[in-house]
Design a protein around this ligand. Structure first.
Ligand code: FE
Ligand code: FE
Length: 196
């Protein structure tokens, strides 16, 4: 593995609590495995996984403060739901504190909580790896989605998007309109009849 990636991994470990760091390693190794399956660059995907939650353990107050400081625009829902900010803020930190210049990796960090229409393969892999990594156990259909991720990545993506939306709506949790938009974008690509 590239020395730079190992240095970043050590730095991320210091920025996270142990629970979040173990999840982060799970995402990184799952993303690397999906990269092997889909013929993508394993080290790039590993790095994106290592960085995806790098802003997760910052206090909510400080998250808002940093967004002001770095001039990151927040949507109405992000102003109300600090949980949704760590992707956007994480992408900024990955670029400016960890020195990552690869735009595709930065986008994977940025959009890992919501998804977005027209995701790259890197973005899809991180979005899915975040959902299926081995420490995850609560979501329904995890076994099927884990298998589907290594069979048909777009189908797995639709399953994750649909289950995430169902979960959030069922719990009356704030839903970022971008997640709904992303789900519709990927469903429209196949037609609703073919839904898994
Ligand atoms: Fe996250
Ligand atoms: Fe995560």
């Amino acid at each position: 593995m590239d020395e730079k990636i190992l240095t970043i991994k050590k730095k991320v470990k210091k920025a996270l609590d142990n629970y979040r760091y173990q999840h982060t390693l799970g995402v990184a190794y799952t993303a690397a495995s999906l990269a092997m399956r889909y013929g993508e660059d394993m080290e790039r995907l590993f790095l994106a996984g290592i960085l995806h939650d790098c802003a997760k353990n910052i206090d909510n107050e400080e998250k808002y403060e940093l967004c002001r400081k770095y001039k990151l625009d927040l949507s109405d829902i992000e102003k109300k739901a600090p949980f949704l900010i760590h992707g956007k803020l994480g992408a900024y930190i990955a670029e400016h504190e960890y020195g990552v210049k690869d735009k595709d990796i930065l986008n994977a960090v940025r959009y890992h909580t919501t998804g977005r229409p027209g995701m790259s393969i890197t973005e899809k892999i991180i979005y899915i790896a975040d959902y299926i990594e081995p420490h995850r156990h609560e979501a329904k259909r995890l076994k099927e989605i884990r298998m589907e991720a290594f069979t048909d990545i777009d189908s797995a993506l639709r399953m994750v998007l649909r289950d995430s939306l169902d979960f959030l709506k069922g719990k009356d949790r704030p839903v970022d309109p971008l997640t709904q938009e992303t789900y519709e974008f990927y469903v429209n690509q196949i037609g609703k009849a073919a839904l898994p």
